[in-house]
Design a protein around this ligand. Structure first.
Ligand code: ACO
Length: 388
């Protein structure tokens, strides 16, 4: 090693490692756009299928393109019987993210197109990769809904082709069609979580894809990274915390106690946003609406109080609610069990993961950084019998 010590970017904070046209975050002003379109506009006017088309193909689809895309996605929802059987044998108390990971990993060997494109040129086979992409995206909700029904000792509910992605997921989970508000809220949640620059799970997907591994393997890497509480797992934890606080009156003492013990308040802070997360702002509006409709104002008011105290104490450091703070509440008010929150995030983010892999593969470069070695240089090997 030379005498000059290279800079080390632990956690890659603020480091640009690729170029992308998929999404842009303005962390200072709290703005998010997908290919130029504001997240506010997309949440209000678009659908999950449409924004997925936007992320994968680079433009909003016309009527014919959208209806073909939706049809193709809807026809790929069922999963092979062998994968259903694998899911049915997994422990019911396993974390659903582990089920999702196993489910997606199990789909790979059954894909009819994978063997023919496997090899050094896999990244150049866009048409085949798009077919695989649609299968993964369409089947992820089915894996989750089937496992949930099995866990509840209920018969699985097969997917329907006439419902959109969001409504079909709720239908498979509940065994009944969601009403318009429920379906819209799920769709909005999927739109909001679909992409977010080079977050940890997207980066994990790209590390795997950059070796010219396949899309299934890349998505399994993304699911694995998203499981952690510093990333996708925060929405579960944020809701559990609100339940523990119980009422707005307890919020101040609870938050102060946690901060004094140097513990983190889940659902707050973000590596990029140093202002209010725009996705949290959109979901907060829906959370308020749902709270009134489902008579769960106490939960929403507790959240408001936690937010108020946190901004008072940490706002100057750029700590504000992130999307996970309000998504957990919205899912809970919709009647979705807590352990399914992070899988819903994954079901949505798969759209962005795939979009980024397809984009990165257009000019693939192996991702292989270095670590600065700080260990000893010339240790002498000691036979085991001489070691203390
Ligand atoms: N609660 C209390 N303090 C916090 C929080 C929080 N949620 N987040 C950051 N801080 C404090 C840190 O203690 C640190 O304080 P210090 O400067 O006195 O040491 C300072 O703010 C900066 O925090 P870092 O961890 O260095 O910031 P980083 O950008 O690495 O962290 C992260 C971002 C990991 C998301 C962090 O804010 C966190 O742990 N939040 C809670 C988990 C969470 O909600 N994750 C979801 C993220 S959004 C998503 O994945 C969809």
């Amino acid at each position: 090693m030379g005498s000059e010590v290279p800079p080390v970017y632990i956690g890659l904070k603020g480091i640009y490692v690729a170029k992308t046209s998929l999404s842009y975050i303005d962390g200072e002003r709290g703005k998010l756009i997908y290919r130029g379109y504001s997240i506010e506009d997309l949440a209000e006017h678009s659908t999950f299928e449409e924004i997925t088309y936007l992320l994968w193909f680079g433009k909003l689809p016309n009527k014919r393109e959208l209806s073909e895309f939706k049809e193709n996605l809807a026809s790929e929802r069922e999963i092979p019987d062998e994968v259903i059987s694998i899911i049915s044998k997994l422990p019911r108390n396993a974390h659903p993210m582990d089920i999702l990971k196993t489910g997606v990993a199990s789909l790979g060997p059954f894909d009819p197109d994978l063997p023919s494109i496997w090899g050094q040129h896999i990244h150049e086979k866009r048409a085949e990769n798009l077919k695989i992409a649609m299968r993964i995206l369409s089947k992820m909700p089915t894996i989750m809904a089937y496992f949930y029904r099995m866990k509840e000792n209920k018969d699985i509910v097969h997917p329907r082709k006439d419902l959109n992605h969001a409504a079909n997921f709720l239908y498979m989970m509940w065994g009944r069609e969601p009403n318009d508000l429920e379906a819209k809220l799920m769709d909005v949640a999927l739109i909001l979580h679909a992409d977010h620059g080079f977050n940890a799970s997207t980066f994990a997907c790209l590390v795997t894809a950059s070796t010219l591994s396949d899309l299934y393997s890349a998505i399994v890497s993304g699911i694995s990274a998203l499981k952690g509480p510093l990333h996708g797992g925060a929405n579960e934890q944020a809701l559990r915390m609100l339940m523990e606080i119980g009422s707005p009156d307890n919020a101040r003492e609870y938050v102060k106690g946690k901060l004094e013990r140097k513990e983190r308040i889940m659902g707050f802070g973000h590596r990029v946003y140093k202002a209010y997360d725009p996705r949290a702002r959109i979901l907060k509006k829906y959370a308020e609406m749902l709270a009134k409709e489902t008579k769960q104002e106490k939960l929403f008011n507790t959240a408001l109080e936690v937010e108020k105290v946190m901004i008072e104490l940490l706002g100057r450091k750029g700590i504000f609610p992130n999307v996970d703070f309000y998504s957990g509440q919205v899912y809970h008010m919709l009647g979705i069990p807590t352990e399914i929150f992070t899988p819903i995030f994954a079901i949505s983010r798969a759209s962005g993961w795939i979009g980024h892999v397809l984009e990165y593969w257009e000019q693939n470069v192996l991702i292989r950084p270095r670590a600065l070695y700080i260990g000893p240089m010339e240790a002498k090997y000691i036979p085991i019998e001489n070691r203390i």
